[in-house]
Design a binder for this molecule. Structure first.
Ligand code: PMP
Length: 459
């Protein structure tokens, strides 16, 4: 990219951010005020990542529609980066939550709803033994702890470009073939060199070589990557992963926190994967904080050998290092039941996939009309637009072809035009309430973005 092109894009971003500031005075003021009390301006540091320059402050969100405190309306394809995949304020979840709020939310004792939830998790995802946590991060932490306990090994292997939450083991990436810390954040006293391995996604040979020493407790992976661009899985890769992990006594943890958008049983069920531990979170309780992990029978039996069921007659410590006091609380369980019973149903998945296909096809037509070297990937209810001709095979590919400047410009333009997408890359998620008109609104905005680039001589 030439300097003059990058200067034009920079100017266009400045223009979009100025337009955003002008049409969002209340949010701008709120953001300024928030910086007085919050470390990074908002209650969570993620909230500072929006390309308009600051986040919108939300007045109300329903289905896939959001209204901000300035009265601007949006079609939301970010959906809380999947936490809102059930749609905002889904009626069934609200009903279940209100009912449970009136009966007590957390007492460290189970409710009968949990029996239904346990059965349903097993039926959907195909693993028999479950634990609830308060987040996907926490579920991953628990899963890793168990993998280490039962294998007696220390290392965890992840794929470069992954994200699995605040799990130290996953904060590594490959740069020029060497492992380094992702984003160069502080190592936090954690010996990544000793405890982690990282290989590129879709690289079966590298994976096999990394597992050969039989020192890896578990491979922690998404079935396709959704956190560094959307990276589809190559044919045969899952078979290779499963064969190599089995051959080397390594456990396989499938993190379906995002890919649960593929279908009612996640990608795992759709493709008959056989993880030893299955993890999900975010959307699973309709926006109430929750994570889940499920163990195969063999994995559970190995764990019970290490940590047997507690005998309540003995006053022993039952600290386990897994989950928290609020894990599996009555409110979470009630809303999880509502989600599994009434929201994330096969019919609603079909609707989400249909709208995702509509969005992908329309975006492809816009790209084709202008003969742009861009592509669109759809997997289940998720779509990604990338400014490169072909889907990346791995993080290195994505890094090499990524046009961060155009992404920022597109995202700032979207915010001004009433479209929300995840701020980290150009990924769209459907919810059951997403209608064709919502998708068509995106198509129209995207087409205007391309016109704008053409006018500026950039496309
Ligand atoms: N796993 C995956 C695949 C994720 O994408 C994320 C968050 N983006 C997490 C785990 C962590 O989720 P949480 O921040 O809700 O703990």
């Amino acid at each position: 990219m030439t300097t003059s092109v990058s200067r034009i894009v920079d100017h266009l971003i400045d223009d979009e951010q100025a337009r955003f500031a002008a049409s969002h005075p209340r949010s701008a003021h709120a953001w300024k005020t928030g910086r007085r009390t919050f470390l990074y301006g908002g209650p969570s540091h993620w909230m500072r990542r929006w390309a308009g320059g600051f986040p919108i402050y939300v007045d109300e969100a329903r289905g896939c529609h959001v209204r901000d405190i300035d009265g601007n309306n949006y079609v939301d394809f970010c959906l809380g980066d999947t936490g809102g995949m059930c749609g905002h304020a889904p009626e069934a979840v609200t009903r279940a939550a209100v009912r449970q709020l009136e009966r007590g939310t957390t007492h460290m004792m189970p409710t009968e709803d949990s029996l239904w939830v346990g059965e349903e998790l097993g039926r959907r995802f195909g693993l028999p033994y479950w634990t609830l946590t308060t987040s996907a991060t926490d579920a991953n932490r628990g899963a890793i702890r168990i993998a280490r306990m039962i294998t007696g090994r220390e290392k965890v292997l992840v794929f470069s470009g992954c994200y699995h939450g605040g799990v130290e083991e996953a904060h590594v990436e490959l740069r020029d073939g060497k492992m380094g810390m992702r984003n160069m954040i502080h190592p936090n006293g954690f010996d990544h060199a000793r405890l982690c391995k990282v290989v590129e996604f879709n690289d079966a040979e590298a994976l096999e070589a990394a597992l050969m020493d039989e020192d890896v407790a578990c491979v922690l992976m998404e079935p396709l990557m959704t956190n560094f661009g959307m990276i589809p899985v190559a044919d045969g890769f899952h078979d290779a992963v499963r064969a190599a992990t089995r051959r080397t006594g390594t456990l396989l943890i499938m993190d379906e926190t995002h890919t649960i958008s593929c279908g009612p049983g996640g990608y795992t069920r759709d493709h008959d994967l056989e993880p030893d531990i299955f993890v999900a979170g975010k959307a699973i309780a309709g926006g109430i904080p929750a994570g889940i992990f499920g163990l195969s029978r063999e994995t559970a039996e190995r764990l019970w050998q290490q940590i047997p069921h507690v005998n309540p007659r003995q006053r022993q410590s039952s600290h386990f290092g897994i989950g928290g006091t609020l894990a599996g609380n009555a409110l979470t369980v009630a809303t999880m039941r509502a989600v599994l019973e009434e929201v994330l149903t096969p019919e609603n998945y079909a609707r989400m996939h249909t709208q995702a296909e509509r969005l992908a096809q329309a975006a492809e037509s816009v790209i084709a009309k202008h003969s742009l070297p861009w592509h669109v990937t759809r997997i289940g209810g998720r779509v990604e637009i990338m400014f490169a001709p072909d889907p990346p095979r791995n993080a290195a590919d994505f890094r090499a072809t990524r046009r961060s400047d155009l992404e920022t410009l597109l995202h700032a333009f979207y915010m001004n035009e009433g479209i929300l997408v995840t701020p980290f890359h150009t990924m769209f998620l459907m919810c059951p309430a997403t209608e064709p008109a919502d998708v068509d609104r995106h198509t129209e905005v995207f087409a205007r973005f391309v016109d704008k680039l053409t006018d500026a001589g950039l496309a």
